[in-house]
Each structure stands twice: as C-alpha cells, then as structure tokens.
Design a protein around this ligand. Structure first.
Ligand code: BDR
Ligand code: CA
Length: 319
C-alpha cells in the first residue's frame, strides 16, 4: 500500500528532482503539492510545480498556491542558484489542467491532514511559511500527521546562506522557529543533505536527448564551478530529494532527538538551528534531527525512479 504524502515545495532544481522521483515511486501517493515563496516568487514556484506535473503527465495531482512572502522578514529568492524563474531547464508553460484551486496552501495542509486521519506524511522542502500558518490555524496539526519531515537547518555544520543558517530557515526564520518548537519535526538539514549529490557517472546514465531528460540533467548539475569548489564536492547537492527518499524507505536516515530552537533576530542568529546537544537547557526534546544517511541507498532509490519516469515519458512521447 502506498503512503500518502503532501509536498510543500518551492521548485527549485533540487525540489524538481525530488518531485520527479517521488511522483514515480509506488511507495508514495502524492495527494497534493502546495507551493511557497523561496527559490523564486510564489508565482514562479507555482508555475514550476505545475510545469513539472505536466511534464510527467501527473495532472491528477492538485496544486495549491501558498504564501508569497515570509511571516515577518522581507522576501529573498535564489534565482542566481536555481536559474531564471527559479528553475533551470526549459519546460513548457503549464496549461489549464494544473490550475491551482482557490484555497490557500496552508488551509489545504490542514484539510488534507484531517482527511487522512493520522496517516499523512508532510514533506516540507521550502521555507516553512505555509506549515507555520497551517499550525496557527490548527494547533493539533502534529497529532493529525503521521510524520513531518523538513529540509532545513544546519544543526552541527555550517550554513549555506550565512555561517550559521541554511536557506529555508534563513528565508523565514519565524516560521522555522514555530515549526521547530511546536510541530515535532524530523529535521533533515545540511548535515546530511550537503552530501546528497548524484555523482557525475550516474548523471550521465540519466541523461536523455528528450525534453525531460535534458531538463533533469540541468537540475542535477545546478551548482556552478565556484559552488562545487566551495563545498568540495563533484556534483550539486540534491537536498530535497533526501527527505523524500527517507519517506520511501525509512532506513535512509539516522536521527537523534534533541531540544532545538531557531534564531530569528540579528544578522548572525537569523535562521540558525540551535541544538542543545548537551542538554544544558534541561528542556524536553522538540523533535529529531538527521545525523547520518545511507547515500548508496539514496542514490539507488533516486536513480531507479528517475530512470523509470524518463522511460515512461520518453515512451509516451515516441509512442
Ligand atoms: C534548500 O534551499 C533551497 O535552495 C533548496 O531547494 C533546498 O530546499 C537548501 O538549503
Ligand atoms: Ca526547496
């Protein structure tokens, strides 16, 4: 039986890879995509999410548009990393089949959680604005969910926007604080996602001379040379896909429970995930944080799903 999952996303090249692999995998049933500002404006991330659904012929998955800005701080996007409009590649503009509904993403998160009666997994792979708003509407959200997995934070490692902060937490630190404090998340941060790259030899095997194959190879290689050198890796980190891999196979991540908090103020504290490793606060654990990953398993899961979607879409195009 497949596991229902709602993905809150800001595509984004690594979001796009995560969506492609997840939509194709039998273990998960994607019940809805909710979109949020982040890698680009919410208009752009919504268009990108719809274009991805259309490219893989999954127009059955509904889309709800969400927050166009963080709760308190100013909007800050990352087109310089992910490309113009927030997504590299050259997908056609979406048509009417994926038109978003009238209901705000945050409300849809609450409605879907209630409808699935404790079985829904929520994968949040963008800034946490929609999830924080959903929690404000329904404080029992954590109990209504089976799991909340969040790509965000840098627990025991350095950030990718400031020395302390990861991009999703930095984008909306107040939302991240609320989710970390009150929503019992499993945090999948840079500690594990920075190494979640698909190596060049596997990327070559996934490239196809067809529209989706060409787009996928751009998404898997979205880091420029400077960024690769800075992080000392040979391929771009596909952060968001590690979250979905864990939902497909819950042995991919190793986690530990800690009291956690998110900084919101000042230049350096903004978006910093603070983990009380030594228990000095005496507070109870607020959630779990991923500390290690089985990357070989991750790559196997990703490659198998991505190969399948390319075969299916390629076959449909040529047949
Ligand atoms: C996170 O920020 C975004 O740029 C990526 O899509 C990912 O969700 C990595 O820090
Ligand atoms: Ca993302």
């Amino acid at each position: 039986m497949s596991r229902p999952v709602l993905i809150d996303t800001d595509p984004g090249c690594d979001d796009a890879v995560a969506l492609l692999a997840t939509l194709e995998h039998d273990a998960l049933e994607v019940v809805e995509l909710t979109t949020v500002h982040g890698n680009a404006s919410v208009d752009d991330t919504t268009r990108n999410a719809r274009a991805i659904l259309e490219a893989v012929d999954r127009t059955d998955v509904p889309v709800a548009r969400g927050a166009d800005r963080p709760l308190l701080v100013d909007l800050d996007t990352s087109e310089e990393i992910h490309g113009e409009g927030g997504l590299r590649g050259d997908l056609p503009d979406p048509g009417p089949a994926t038109e978003p509904g009238d209901v705000h993403a945050a409300r849809r998160i609450v409605e879907q959680a209630r409808a699935h009666d404790g079985d829904l997994a929520l994968a949040a792979i963008g800034p946490l604005t929609n999830v924080a708003l959903a929690h404000a509407m329904e404080p029992a959200l954590p109990e209504l969910l089976d799991d909340l997995l969040v790509m965000g934070g840098a627990a025991f490692t350095s950030g990718n926007v400031t020395p302390l902060a990861e991009a999703n937490f930095h984008s909306d630190p107040h939302a991240a604080r609320r989710v970390v404090r009150d929503c019992e998340p499993t945090i999948v941060g840079l500690d594990v996602t920075a190494r979640a790259a698909v190596p060049p030899e596997r990327i070559a095997g996934l490239t196809r001379d067809a529209p989706l194959g060409r787009a996928l190879s751009e998404w898997l290689t979205y880091y420029d040379a400077d960024r690769l050198e800075r992080y000392g890796i040979d391929a771009a980190a596909i952060h968001d896909a590690l979250v979905l891999a864990e939902l497909i196979d819950d042995g991919v991540l190793e986690t530990a429970s800690y009291p956690m908090e998110v900084g919101t103020d000042g230049d350096l504290a903004r978006g910093a995930l603070v983990v009380d490793e030594n228990g000095v606060t005496g507070d109870a654990a607020t959630g779990e944080v991923a500390v290690e990953a089985d990357y070989e398993r991750y790559r196997e899961l990703m490659s198998a799903s991505l190969e399948r979607v390319l075969e299916r879409v390629g076959a449909e195009l040529s047949g």
